[in-house]
Design a protein around this ligand. Structure first.
Ligand SMILES: [Zn+2]
Length: 103
């Protein structure tokens, strides 16, 4: 009886490994932080299969596009000038230091 049918043949996809070069194309992409080969979308905060087709499909998905900041609108940085009020505190500290004059 020769029952050596190779049923569980390697269905493992050897191409599904994370490639850090993808980050050059997709700035929102990073490697999953759990040490696996999975990719991770920083915008959607979800895991993406480590395949270029899955990644490009994810970029086109409506979910992802909603999160993508439009390139025409550059980020406006509003500069807030802090108020300067440090001098009055120092004067109060000097008055407290006078009371102890015993040797
Ligand atoms: Zn996304």
């Amino acid at each position: 009886m020769a029952t050596s049918s190779k049923k569980w043949k390697a269905s493992y996809d050897s191409n599904s490994k994370y490639n850090s070069n993808w980050e050059k194309t997709y700035s929102w992409l990073k490697r999953s932080s759990d040490g696996s080969e999975a990719a991770y979308c920083k915008l959607c905060r979800c895991t993406v299969a480590p395949r270029i087709t899955s990644i490009s499909n994810h970029e086109k998905s409506e979910k992802h596009r909603m999160k993508t900041p439009s390139k025409s609108q550059s980020q406006l940085i509003t500069t807030i000038t802090p108020r300067q009020s440090n001098d009055k505190v120092k004067a109060a500290e000097l008055q407290l230091a006078v009371s102890n004059t015993h040797n």
